[in-house]
Write a protein that binds this ligand. Structure first.
Ligand SMILES: Cc1cc2nc3c(=O)[nH]c(=O)nc-3n(C[C@H](O)[C@H](O)[C@H](O)COP(=O)(O)OP(=O)(O)OC[C@H]3O[C@@H](n4cnc5c(N)ncnc54)[C@H](O)[C@@H]3O)c2cc1C
Length: 458
């Protein structure tokens, strides 16, 4: 058995911990079953956004007509788009492997690890023990128990990246951010897409009016159904048939496509690690329980990123990883603050959001709500952006921004000044104090904040 100061399980956000603990002269073991670099780099953010960047260009060309530009797309080279993505992922992995091989102080165990007893992990038949352990082992696609699903060759966010040929038609089961991002991509490259969501709206984490606009916009390019629960899947040589229960109409319906993509959510990888063998508790969905310092229920074992199920985004995982490493190395007790946690949805239109929705904010605060459309700004008008809008939720007493939500072009970029204002403890005043370039769509942010009113007064 080999003993280490630190064991890190997971090479995504876990690499932040590897770096910090090595810098502090600790002996470190990294355990990862691959793909090296974790979900974001190999199966999530990076490959999906590489594909979506191409999809955005296609959508822009298709929509240019509204500006008086008639353009025609002669060909979309699906294989080129997919191969460019795979090349970038491969090179990223090679780069990381090369980097790891040069760090003499680090022992890298490439394989699936699991706990065998307290603070003790078995990987590739070897037993290693750590004084401090960081679990950053992420999540994987949740496969719902739909009758017949296991009998067909369904796609997930992992296998979809290996496609060599564009499917003629695709049913996406799910309506969360992964579903609507891939829906946008496949519709853009010419696949006939059908999206089946069980809830009454898409992207449940967003404001209802954002879900509504997204459904309307996506509905122009694909068939979007909400309130339908996939109950059975049947396959034949050519097609896959999904039988749903239309929850509103109370009757069954059938949809047929060449392929299906299952994107109904994520599950924690804590089970693969058998965390119970070292006395770590998980919640009822299987995510590792952590306190605000990211400590698990076992002393000196921390859990960061998707595996703890708090907010499953890369930027959150990385901040959690650094905070947990600092707390462990320095014996400090710094709390993780999720108040200004942002996220983006790279569908078409794009969505970006930070903090609380109006409904969530109202449960604990007296709020003012403001809205403005892109078209309320000069640049928004130049873009003929008629439907995109932003919404602010502000605390009455303090003027602090509690939540901010945007749907429309460049939303993930636009929202950054709001994130900065929220993170630095300031709110409306800080944003209003800075001049905004005229004309630019950044004027949307102060426009929203100048429209604040009591939502009850409406
Ligand atoms: C399609 C898709 C798109 C996404 N897009 C975005 C985006 O645009 N922006 C964003 O912020 N987030 C996005 N995410 C989410 C983001 O990818 C995750 O939140 C992030 O990667 C989580 O990082 P992590 O460090 O917790 O886990 P990971 O990066 O998944 O790392 C975990 C590692 O641990 C390994 N592992 C697991 N179990 C074991 C074991 N028992 N033994 C050894 N190794 C093990 C895994 O193989 C993996 O390499 C996306 C996710 C998906 C699926």
């Amino acid at each position: 058995m080999k003993e280490y100061d630190v064991i890190v399980i997971g090479s995504g956000s876990g690499m932040n911990i590897v770096e910090e603990t090595l810098v502090h002269g600790m002996s470190v073991a990294l355990v990862d079953k691959g793909p090296l670099g974790g979900t974001c780099a190999n199966l999530g953010c990076i490959p999906s956004k590489m594909l979506i960047f191409a999809a955005d260009r296609i959508a822009e060309i298709q929509e240019a007509k509204k500006l008086g530009i008639e353009a025609e797309i002669k060909n979309v080279d699906f294989d080129f788009i997919m191969e460019r993505m795979r090349k970038v992922v491969r090179e990223g992995q090679q780069h990381m492997r090369h980097g790891l091989s040069h760090v003499k102080e680090l022992d890298f165990f490439e394989g699936e690890g699991h706990f065998v007893e307290d603070y003790t992990v078995e990987v590739n038949g070897q037993i290693i023990k750590g004084d401090k352990i960081f679990i950053a082992s992420g999540s994987r696609p949740l496969i719902p128990p739909i009758k017949g699903l296991e009998g067909v060759d369904y796609l997930t966010n992992e296998t979809v990246l290996q496609l060599r040929e564009r499917p003629e038609s695709l049913i996406i089961i799910g309506g969360g951010y992964i579903a609507v991002e891939y829906g946008h991509f496949f519709a853009a490259v010419g696949t006939r897409v059908t999206m089946l969501e069980m809830a009454d709206r898409l992207v449940l984490a967003e404001e209802p009016e954002i879900s509504e606009l997204l459904k309307k916009e996506l509905g122009r390019r694909m068939d979007v159904y909400t309130d339908v629960r996939a109950e059975e899947v049947r396959g034949n040589e050519r097609d896959v048939i999904v039988i749903v229960n239309d929850l509103k109409a109370g009757r069954k319906k059938e949809f047929t496509a060449q392929r299906i993509l299952v994107a109904v959510g994520r599950r924690s990888n804590a089970d693969l690690l058998e965390v119970e063998k070292t006395g770590i508790e998980v919640d009822k969905r299987g995510f590792i329980r952590v306190n605000e310092y990211l400590e698990t229920t076992k002393k000196n074992i921390f859990a960061v990123g998707d595996v703890n199920g708090q907010q499953m985004f890369t930027h959150v995982a990385n901040v959690e990883a650094s905070l947990a490493a600092d707390n462990a190395i320095h014996g400090s007790k710094v709390k993780m603050d999720y108040n200004a946690t942002p996220h983006a949805v790279y569908s078409h239109p794009q969505i970006a959001s930070v903090g609380l929705t109006e409904e969530a904010a109202k449960r604990a605060h007296k709020v003012l709500v403001g809205k403005a459309k892109y078209s309320d700004t000069a640049q928004g008008e130049a873009m003929i952006e008629e439907n995109g809008f932003a919404k602010a939720v502000v605390e009455v007493d303090t003027g602090n921004i509690l939540g901010f939500h945007i749907i429309g072009p460049y939303a993930p970029i636009l929202i950054q000044e709001v994130i900065d204002a929220m993170a630095s403890g300031n709110g409306v005043d800080q944003i209003q104090a800075g001049m905004h370039i005229h004309p630019s769509i950044s004027e949307l942010i102060p426009a929203v904040l100048s429209n604040l009113e009591n939502p009850q007064a409406k």
